[in-house]
Write a protein that binds this ligand. Sequence first.
Ligand code: PGA
Length: 254
Amino acid sequence: MTPERRPLVAANWKMNKTNAEAGEFLDEFVPAADELGEVDVVVCPPYTALETVVERARGSRVRVGAQNMHEEDAGAFTGEVSVPMLLELGVEAVILGHSERRQHFAESDAALARKVPRALAAGLVPILCVGETEDEREAEETERKLRQQVQADLAAVDVGQLADVVIAYEPIWAIGTGKTATPDQAQAAIGFVRALVGDRDAGAAQAVRILYGGSVDPSNAAELLGLPDIDGALVGGASLHADRFLAIAAAAGT
Ligand code: PGA
């Protein structure tokens, strides 16, 4: 039986767009997004634009995600943002473990092992990012890296909630470089990630949504999103333009 996994596209705006710019994007994006087929659409702006995006997306199919969170609800963690703060704004998803956070801000698998279950417990959809560096791929270490990240970051997630996680496979060498994984590379890595989830639970492996990320744009989206194990895309650069992100979402929709 073919599993029913609803496609999902998520925009990772990273450290881009003021409130005014976010508002302009939503004014263009929301009416067109409502015309799309079967696809979940999530926009992840910087914290400062979350409220604007939630307000402009209200009543539409567009959902809003943060780009990170702290696992504690409150306390002496200067510069951090907690789950209750996100929930209060109407945020419904959160990117966790993006490679830029792992590389530049020392995000660890130990922290992610706390953050993923915390997000799930709060009803936030975690979009957990995993992926290898170019050196790791050249050294044929891709599977080892993916195994280590998936096992560690999902270690404390109950089997019953595994299928509620969204995983984004993002080869680090493909992020922001214009170099995408080939369809074979993307399918192989994502199939491997699905098998890793299957080591915990076969049903969850069939149900869990796994996205590809790394230089997705309107010209390559249809080919990547047409692959059997790829359930959508996490999009950086191309998601900053409403027309380009819409074209990608349209390629994901059925
Ligand atoms: P990119 O970024 O689409 O600009 O390569 C993807 C990401 O970092 O999530």
